[in-house]
Design a protein around this ligand. Structure first.
Ligand code: C2E
Ligand code: CA
Ligand code: CA
Ligand code: CA
Length: 273
């Protein structure tokens, strides 16, 4: 059987073989990365209509010993497949909550919120609520400053449990943002029953806003929808003054994007301290 296996491999296209090999390497490295302390949390500003920073989104980075900084697009899907995302997600939450607790010491930063991305696997762990609450308690972070970013994928086949998880955490003051809004399926029916606090307009819509009438129409409906449902709305991927101006003129007053700052290590954030 081993011989047959080797023979079949010969029919593989070498590029595909190389990709599989690279992936296996990456996965092996990923398994050790937590223990080796190779992860970093970057923070990207979220600003209000006056361009004042009101919060940040925490974005994971992997400082690989040979490859340098690896972007989450490369390793998060892998971590989701092999469930490393659960301990990794714990680390992100812990690190973000420690940052919140440190900011609480200074009146200039005490009001900042931190948005943390949560994967479906992580959210669906039976002890997810307990883990979040324990982390808040251990770090001393205020739940009112923590925002969890979730995607619609989380609610597929799981709406009742998801609602209960959200209800429990919201009872403790944690809030929820629906990330990449508009890119999934049946957004509207989910919204009716889920205790959401914020909609995040996906960056793909923001990108084409001024060039594509359909995009503009979708963004207007998301803003209108958020207003009727009394939800906050934030646009991500804002790169130009023109995009911000258009969004503000149409009723969106919270922004995130390169125009206001890229994701950076905490020391590089422009804090008013
Ligand atoms: P996301 O949650 O949609 O995060 C926004 C992504 O857009 C980030 O990419 C950010 O760096 C990028 N971005 C921000 N402003 C702009 C802009 O003006 N223009 C453009 N073109 N891009 C902008 P990043 O940091 O590479 O993260 C990619 C994805 O990885 C995230 O997408 C999120 O889904 C996932 N991710 C990142 N950190 C975590 C984490 O701690 N846990 C989990 N589960 N997922 C994470
Ligand atoms: Ca996000
Ligand atoms: Ca997003
Ligand atoms: Ca995205």
């Amino acid at each position: 059987a081993k011989q047959a296996g080797r023979d079949t491999l010969r029919f593989f296209d070498p590029a595909m073989q190389a990709r599989l090999h690279a992936r296996a390497r990456l996965e092996a490295d990923l398994r050790q990365a937590l223990a080796r302390n190779e992860f970093l949390l970057y923070y990207q500003p979220q600003v209000n209509a006056d361009r004042r920073m009101v919060g940040v989104e925490a974005l994971l980075r992997w400082q690989h010993p040979e490859r340098g900084l690896v972007s989450p697009g490369e390793f998060i899907p892998l971590a989701e497949e092999n469930r490393l995302i659960v301990p990794l997600g714990d680390w992100v939450l812990e690190t973000a909550c420690r940052q919140l607790a440190a900011w609480a010491e200074d009146p200039a930063t005490a009001g900042l919120t931190v948005s943390v991305n949560v994967s479906a696997q992580q959210f669906r762990e039976t002890d997810f609520v307990a883990r979040v609450l324990a982390t808040l308690e251990r770090t001393g972070a205020r739940p009112e400053r923590l925002k969890l970013e979730v995607t619609e994928s989380l609610f597929v086949d799981n709406r009742d449990e998801a609602r209960e998880t959200m209800r429990l955490l919201r009872e403790h003051g944690v809030s929820f943002s629906l990330d990449d809004f508009g890119t999934g399926y049946s957004s509207l029916s989910y919204l009716r029953r889920l205790p959401m606090d914020q909609l995040k307009i996906d960056q793909s819509f923001v990108l084409d806003l001024l060039a594509d009438e359909a995009c503009a129409a979708i963004v207007v409906s998301i803003i209108t929808l958020s207003q009727s449902l009394h939800l906050e709305v934030i646009a991500e991927g804002v790169e130009t003054e023109a995009q911000q101006g258009w969004l503000a003129a149409h009723g969106c007053h919270a922004f995130q994007g390169y125009l206001f700052g890229r994701p950076v290590p905490v020391e590089a954030l422009a804090l008013d301290t």
